[in-house]
Design a protein around this ligand. Structure first.
Ligand SMILES: Cc1cc2nc3c(=O)[nH]c(=O)nc-3n(C[C@H](O)[C@H](O)[C@H](O)COP(=O)(O)O)c2cc1C
Length: 388
């Protein structure tokens, strides 16, 4: 691969939507709800995607799903990620999104590696069934086009190294009229282990030429993002784990892509201010103080990565159940600590080991066509629960 020598940063266009900063907040189940998206979006321009919403649960209007698809008036454009395995159900979900004006952009999830999803032929297992993939994308694009809403596809490289699907799926998505494709440079079997394969991202960029291609995987800093664009030629980067506990990464990304050197390096006082605001936004999002406080607990270790906050204090913060209790614990910290440098940067969130065998429906790998019994199974396989 011959890497371009300069980073030519252009605005990212997803159909009619444009962001001067070519950055997307990756959909993350249990994380990228309206509260977190707001916090990130305030830091810089980009596309901020909801956690995955199950098509069937949307069509059935389950109460939790209706909460998960809520966007505040300040959240524009609204990017909603849909998961589905049955073309009719996905099309119905998109029809509902258009008819009820629920989003400005629909992203389709073909990247989820979780066994409960791949076992049913969904997520990263699905593009292997080439016709089924095409039908889902076609149905979604047809329905979305009635409302002028762009559809994007997010996928992994494939099931494992012997069953790669991303180039074929990228071409199909392009033919079916999607507005952009994003590739997480891992197979399902890799889960979150090892390094994302940026060469694969470059190959997709060379293969899919008429729409934006977005790269995803292991962007932990603005420098990584610029590096990815330079090495792969992608039109934008999708950032997941890198922003956990530091929504200000989006300010760094905006500055980096604009060629500015400044980076946000907060002391502990500023970190706790953002953490506190995150907790309050979660309480508002759930309309329930205990639930919001329970949810903030999982973010605590990410916010404090690299700062001198003792184990006992972290344990107490991990049990916090009211905003008042959170305030009291924060007041006990040494808030004058400056940013600790490299210790606060770098990787965070899921890593883990590869899956020896990806859980798949019986006989899934035998053919890329969906045959009778498997087709019937797919109709039954729609999950009814959204998010993580
Ligand atoms: C906690 C968590 C939840 C995730 N949930 C989703 C999801 O709902 N939909 C999806 O397409 N990807 C999901 N992903 C994958 C991310 O969008 C992203 O592809 C992956 O983390 C690689 O990017 P990164 O290296 O920037 O984290 C999730 C990842 C994490 C860590």
């Amino acid at each position: 691969m011959s890497a371009p020598t300069t980073t030519a940063v252009r605005p990212l266009r997803i159909g009619p939507l444009v962001s001067a900063t070519p950055v997307v907040l990756a959909p993350m189940a249990g994380i990228t709800n309206s509260a977190y998206r707001q916090l990130c979006r305030e830091q810089g321009e980009g596309f901020y995607v909801s956690e995955m919403i199950t098509s069937r649960a949307l069509v059935e209007r389950t109460p939790e799903t209706m909460r998960l698809i809520s966007f505040t008036p300040a959240e524009r454009p609204r990017s909603l990620q849909l998961y589905g395995v049955d073309p009719l159900t996905v099309a119905k979900a998109v029809e509902m999104i258009v008819a009820e004006d629920l989003a400005d952009h629909v992203d389709l999830n073909f990247g989820c590696p979780v066994p409960k999803v791949t076992r049913k032929g969904g997520g990263s297992a699905l593009p292997w069934k080439a016709d089924l993939f095409r039908q889902i994308v076609r149905g979604a694009v047809t329905e979305a086009s009635r409302g002028g809403i762009p559809v994007t596809v997010k996928m992994r490289k494939g099931i494992d190294d012997d069953h790669l699907t991303y180039l074929q799926a990228g071409r199909t998505a392009e033919q079916e009229g999607v507005a952009a494709v994003a590739l997480h440079g891992r197979t399902a079997s890799q889960h979150y282990s090892g390094h994302a394969d940026w060469d694969a991202i470059a190959r997709l960029r060379e293969t899919v030429t008429s729409i934006p291609v977005l790269g995803n995987g292991d962007v932990w800093s603005a420098e990584d993002a610029l590096d990815m664009v330079q090495r792969t030629g992608v039109d934008g980067v999708v950032v997941g784990r890198g922003c956990l506990g530091r929504p200000w990464l989006f300010a760094d990304l905006e500055a980096g892509f604009a060629g500015r050197p400044e980076r946000v390096r907060p002391g502990l006082r500023q970190v706790t201010q953002v953490l506190r605001r995150h907790a309050k936004l979660l309480v508002d999002f759930y309309g329930d103080e205990l639930r919001g406080c329970r949810d903030i607990r999982k973010h605590i270790s990410w916010y404090f990565k690299g700062y001198a906050v003792g184990g006992d204090m972290r344990a107490r913060l991990g049990l916090v159940d009211t905003l008042e209790a959170l305030d009291e614990l924060i007041a006990d910290l040494d808030l004058d600590q400056p940013h600790p440098g490299a210790a606060a940067e770098g990787s965070r969130g899921r890593a883990g080991s590869p899956q020896a065998r990806v859980a798949l429906p019986e006989g899934w790998l035998e053919s890329q066509e969906l045959t009778g019994a498997a087709a019937e199974m797919i109709r039954q396989a729609e999950l009814s629960v959204s998010g993580g």
